[in-house]
Design a protein around this ligand. Structure first.
Ligand SMILES: NC(=O)c1ccc[n+]([C@@H]2O[C@H](COP(=O)([O-])OP(=O)(O)OC[C@H]3O[C@@H](n4cnc5c(N)ncnc54)[C@H](O)[C@@H]3O)[C@@H](O)[C@H]2O)c1
Ligand SMILES: [Zn+2]
Length: 367
């Protein structure tokens, strides 16, 4: 079974195909978007994903007459850097990749961002295809953001470059460490919580089959998550700033992720705690009916943390939130729930109420 979502961006559009065993159908899917065998391809992957799926993907392409080279980068966030990109450009030139060539990004969000930026900048831009292998990468398959980090900040160097197609073979998720699976589900739950109560209910009913990575359920969850992101991103073209709702859970989440030290909490874990904290904040501010309990219940069913148990002070978190680009004159902007499935961008949130919410997030009483 294959599910497809078409993403319309300006004049162009591209398909996101989701299903089990799709790597085997790559040649056929490439032909569908009009790519011929003459197009030289460069597969980019990392040293964990490459050994698992790189050979198979390369073989299915070469068996059908495509020419495909392969670049392997070290796994992990530290590969999103300019110096590595420069090396990769060298490798592509040496391999004879020209303007008629294309990049295939096989891996998680790191490979997607790095290889996507390689495609965006190589010879002023060549096409690329994403072959995501993490659940979290469903998030990067819509929106066209690609790029690398700078020592002074994450994703500081980048571009918008839409893929020509996304082929999400959900069978690859079976080798993903359990913690990465849970972390990916945090962003799926986020997409449901910001836009779609029915999707939240759907997730609540299928947690078990989703955690077991049953192909039909996972494919559907990814499809629904991508559909929410697509709707938000396309509406943002008209209402600039609306896209910020995708940051639900991320104001507290980013502060936590950084304060804990990168790598201690996964991104999804930090965002899960962040969503519960921001739900509590909205409750404290009287913006919504009680939503934090149901939010926490769903996230913990996916194996995610929902309480702040680390020894990080309010001051440290607030300091990091103030430094966040959304802080204006000491008052903070948050994406806060109005209800399950609906959020708003709220400016001017005062620090005392944030402290109250953080206290509850630590398991303290309703202050
Ligand atoms: N462009 C966007 O819109 C966007 C959106 C969200 C996140 N991101 C970026 O995505 C990155 C995080 O992505 P991620 O969580 O996918 O991380 P990742 O790409 O680092 O993958 C996580 C780990 O799992 C391994 N792995 C990947 N697929 C596997 C598989 N199928 N089996 C076994 N191991 C596998 C990887 O080698 C890596 O070690 C961040 O850099 C973030 O900035 C980008
Ligand atoms: Zn995120």
């Amino acid at each position: 079974m294959m599910k497809t979502l078409h993403v319309q961006i300006g004049e162009g559009s591209y398909p996101i195909h989701i299903g089990a065993g799709l790597h085997g159908r790559l040649p056929e899917l490439l032909r569908e978007i009009g790519w011929r065998r003459e197009r030289r391809l460069m597969l980019v992957t990392d040293d964990q994903v490459g050994p698992l799926y790189g050979e198979d993907v390369k073989r299915v392409l070469t068996d059908h007459g495509f020419q495909a080279g392969c670049l392997t980068v070290p796994a992990g966030e530290s590969s999103k850097k300019l110096s590595l990109l420069e090396e990769m450009v060298g490798d592509c030139i040496e391999a004879g990749l020209d303007r008629s060539g294309a990049i295939l990004a096989l891996g998680g969000g790191v490979v997607g961002d790095l290889a996507g930026f390689l495609a965006a900048s190589y010879m002023r831009g060549i096409p690329f295809i994403q072959l995501p292998t993490t659940l979290l990468a469903h998030d990067s398959s819509v929106g066209g953001k690609v790029g690398v980090n700078h020592p002074l900040g994450k994703n500081m160097i980048g571009a918008f470059h839409q893929p020509s197609m996304v082929v999400f073979d959900v069978e690859t998720l079976n080798t993903l460490p359990e913690r990465e699976v849970a972390s990916g589900y945090a962003e799926v739950v986020k997409h449901a919580l910001i836009r779609d109560e029915a999707f939240v209910r759907w997730l609540e009913e299928r947690v078990d089959s989703l955690r077991r990575l049953e192909p039909d359920s996972v494919s559907e969850a990814i499809w629904k998550g991508c559909a929410v992101k697509k709707e938000v991103v396309s509406r943002d073209e008209k209402e600039s700033g609306w896209r910020a709702i995708l940051n639900y859970g991320h104001t507290i989440g980013h502060a936590l992720e950084a304060a804990a030290g990168y790598g201690v909490l996964t991104h999804g874990e930090a965002v899960a705690i962040g969503m519960v904290g921001e739900a509590m904040l909205a409750e404290e501010m009287g913006l919504c009916p009680p939503v934090s309990e149901r939010t926490a219940h769903l996230l913990s069913a996916f194996g995610l943390p929902t309480r702040l148990t680390m020894e990080i002070t309010d001051e440290e978190l607030l300091e990091r939130m103030r430094r966040d680009k959304k802080a204006k004159h000491g008052r903070l902007t948050f994406v806060l729930p109005r209800d399950i499935g609906c959020v708003d961008i709220i400016h001017g949130v005062e620090e005392p109420v944030i402290r109250q919410a953080l206290n509850r997030l630590r398991g303290g009483g309703k202050g």
